[in-house]
Design a protein. Structure first.
Length: 449
């Protein structure tokens, strides 16, 4: 007679199985909600996704668009830019008249290189980090400039070479006519090895599913378009930290009743982390910045979400506060159970001696979690990635479960860094963005999600 009773099936074994699949279940629930709420475009080109709001100038004649486009500026802060500076300036040659660069107190020859060019450049007397440098640069821009595109020196604009205006100016005209405070473009990772592919998949989902689903309350990125007066106002209230600057900007805008949308037709390319060590340190900084900014704005979040659409409440309260923060310990326990299940699989399946096993975590746990997450990744590839990139990213689908679990280590360390600062005033780990100047100002740069 079988010893499986209802209490056995619905008791500890089922709870352990659900806990072992915690990461799968949370990501799957999130995917289903994003797909449901994401506004479906009226048409798609290969690799081009429609914005989260209407594209009001799509059918305008090029001459009309040029006449309607109001003055704009591309602004960037550089510090010891070195060899990458010339490549960056060359890539923006078509926008030389609109480009403004502030040298954030470089100690190399960056300022001399800038002076040798014909672009607008400003010298910062002391290192202020990106938000502080951009704030200073806004004070010297011509008064007629109404739109500001904030860049980093490692990004390149990807133009789809459609008829009429370049993608940047088409997007800026649509943004200016929208009256909104900010617009988030799509950030794409340049093609490369396995790590680059994994990050490219991650960025596709974070932008085309995550940000596009949020309509007019989306999250900006480190590369973003702002209405000048809105950017100046939030930088006045900003801590000028480079940690989670995108999230900080978004929350300040939402608190002022402003709107932010996503436009996947405007694409900026950047390099992802090039080594696993750099990736780990980067993600520690992202997690530290996230919990830092979220804790600072928590008292105002509930008020800001009141009366907003259901997905906005989900994004800023349930997903960020619940899944990312309160759910994190359960995800860590999930990894422990999966590790124990893997040990059981190695012991029983391969007959490897000397591996301790736990009866409560059979091999089926890790196998079920892997198959479920791989199925999730296949669905996400279909609904969250443009057709042009699907075959390129398909080989990383079988690896994406391990990649998702790998995030938990730097995330945990980032959260512990924040807790250590609260308790002892110092961090446990020196992350990718930390420097003596950053420590003095409480730095912040944001993640894709």
């Amino acid at each position: 007679m079988s010893d499986l009773s209802p209490n056995t099936v619905l008791g500890p074994s089922l709870l352990l199985f659900l806990l072992a699949n915690c990461v799968v279940l949370l990501d799957l629930c999130d995917l289903l909600l994003r797909v449901h709420y994401r506004r479906r475009p009226s048409g798609r080109d290969d690799g081009i996704r429609a914005p989260s709001v209407a594209w009001p100038t799509a059918n305008w004649a090029p001459d009309t668009m040029r006449a309607e486009l109001r003055p704009y500026a591309l602004v960037v802060s550089v510090h010891n830019a070195g060899a990458e500076l010339q490549d960056f300036l060359t890539s923006l040659q078509p926008y030389q008249a609109q480009l403004w660069v502030i040298d954030d107190a470089s100690t190399d020859d960056t300022w001399q290189r800038l002076q040798a060019t014909k672009i607008h450049c400003v010298r910062g007397e002391r290192n202020q980090n990106k938000p502080g440098a951009i704030k200073h640069l806004l004070t010297v821009l011509p008064r007629e400039v109404v739109t500001v595109v904030v860049l980093d020196p490692d990004v390149r604009i990807r133009d789809q070479h459609r008829a009429g205006l370049p993608d940047l100016e088409r997007a800026l005209l649509a943004f200016q006519r929208s009256g909104m405070a900010a617009m988030c473009p799509r950030i794409a990772i340049r093609r490369g090895g396995w790590l680059a592919r994994l990050q490219a998949f991650e960025y596709w989902l974070a932008f085309d599913l995550g940000r596009r689903s949020l309509a007019t309350q989306t999250i900006t990125s480190g590369i973003a378009v702002y209405r000048r007066d809105a950017l100046a106002r939030i930088l006045d209230a900003h801590t000028l930290s480079i940690y989670a600057e995108d999230l900080k900007n978004t929350l300040l805008l939402l608190e002022h009743g402003e709107r932010v949308y996503y436009d996947g037709r405007l694409i900026f390319e950047t390099d992802g982390a090039r080594t696993w060590g750099g990736w780990f340190s980067q993600r520690v900084g992202w997690s530290f910045g996230f919990i830092k900014v979220y804790s600072e704005h928590w008292p105002d979040l509930a008020r800001c979400c009141r009366g907003r659409p259901a997905l906005i409440i989900y994004q800023y309260l349930v997903y960020m506060g619940g899944f990312c923060l309160l759910g994190h310990p359960f995800k860590v326990l999930s990894v422990g159970l999966l590790a124990a299940s893997t040990a059981s699989a190695l012991h029983h399946g391969l007959g490897l001696p000397g591996i301790p096993t736990i009866t409560a975590t059979p091999p089926a746990y890790v196998l079920g979690a892997y198959l479920a997450y791989t199925a999730y990744a296949l669905v996400a590839l279909r609904v969250g990635v443009g057709r042009a990139d699907r075959w390129y990213l398909l080989p990383v689908v079988p690896l994406y479960f391990a990649y998702a679990l790998a995030h938990l280590a730097p995330m945990t360390l980032g959260y512990m860094n924040w807790l250590a600062v609260q308790l002892w005033g110092r961090r446990l780990y020196r992350d990718h963005y930390e420097s003596e100047a950053c420590l003095a100002q409480g730095p912040s740069r944001g993640a894709p999600s």
